[in-house]
Ligand binder design. Sequence first.
Ligand code: GLP
Length: 247
Amino acid sequence: MLVYIKENFDDMSKAGARIVADLVRKKPNCVLGFATGGTPLGMYKELIRLHKNEGLDFSKVTTFNLDEYVGLPPEHDQSYHYFMWENLFKHINVDRRFVHIPMGMAQDIDRFCEWYEAQIEKAGGIDLQILGIGANGHIAFNEPGSSLGSRTRIKTLTGTTREANARFFKNPDEVPKYAITMGVGTIMDAKELLLLASGEGKADAIAATCEGPITAKWPATIVQMHRYAFVIVDKAAASKLTMKYTD
Ligand code: GLP
């Protein structure tokens, strides 16, 4: 695990974007795993800038998103479909046919999840999976207690996650109770991981992820078992780390 501590959100975002851009340049037909939430937004802005100013070409890239709320149609402004198109995809030259985001409106969710896993495999696996982290240590929507070997499936969201995400909804009761999420095992199969975290609210989760024992109580701790994981955090998110790291 390579841990980089950056001065602030902007530096964290730029460092993350550099890793993604290097891969896209080296392997134009790479498979990228994308995440939603406030954390990757700065990195997505930088990728858009690199596309517009430096011609970073996404036309051959295949994408898989981590998760989606159950019951939200793609056009809902809080769906992760909407988030990805608004904040990244519509600003770059990604090919719509190569974009995969879990379908929150799937009729048969179990079948959909099997299909999603098969699509990842068919694409040759994910080369680089971008991750945020919940204050409770969740990755994607793998809440505490999730099997560390889990695959794509439906999960019930915890009260704390629903509260944390209520800030995006008009009314907290509108936050869905379920989500489709890649499993911890699915995420761990990616060839490289890039986990970003910013702000003091993530400090406990980052301390557990980098220095704590591996436990399903903090699902992100499994990242310690990955051979090629980058963890890029700002100073506030790093404030509870005790070991020495690169900056
Ligand atoms: C959400 C998402 C995660 C995300 C996390 C943190 O619930 N399912 O993929 O990493 O919570 O979100 P944020 O970056 O807004 O703090």
